[in-house]
Ligand binder design. Sequence first.
Ligand code: NI
Ligand code: MN
Length: 252
Amino acid sequence: MLKKILLCAIVCLTVLAVPPAEAATRLLKPEPVTLTYYGQSAFLLTCGETKLLLDPYLNSSPWKAARAEEIDCQYILVSHGHQDHLGDTVAIAKRTEAKVVTFSALEQKKKEQGCDVAPMDIGGKRAFDFGYVKVTPAVHGSGVPGGAAVGFIVNFYGKTIYFAGDTALFGDMAFVAKAKVDYALLPIGGNYTMDADDAADAVELIKPKAVIPMHYNTNPLIQASPEAFKKLVEKRYGIPVSVMQPGGVMVL
Ligand code: NI
Ligand code: MN
């Protein structure tokens, strides 16, 4: 009996002794952060009940990894107006009342279509419940008159993700390194964006902890080998590359 009381006392004291900082961290990260890939540049970040979609090209995507009707989210980030990125944004945003984070030129169009829009533009940073979004430049067509294509640095429950969108390799990607990126999501398909060689050079500028290739093998013009890209980056920089299958999920 005495042993039991002693044990109980020790357990109680241990619980009480957790410093407030640690307790706060637990509150901040109640669940693991997961990343789901749907092919092309469509991803879903989740942490507990919070879900954030990136470039949700789903129902018309040849990957058929998910249907727009099954997706539930509170946030949608759209990098530019091309259909393989804008995808099912409007339908999902209207049904779920998700906030659509996009750049100013696309904002008006989405508002007219009945979406709740959080307009942002290049260089802008904004705090959200999950962390923050910072809009980066992307060298690519915008898909809307007077617009620009962008990328996003997303801090999601402490994980920092650089989603490059559709872009060429450009030197100012070096500034993204200042955000201390955990995962860089980079296009490797070529033709409309960087190819695998340029994406490997981008890794050198961004200095992420890990890399995930995207925007390849969706159509004949953007054929690339993610395995060759993985070998190249891992051999050259020792930075791990995770090749995700459409429909695949990983814990960040
Ligand atoms: Ni595009
Ligand atoms: Mn594209």
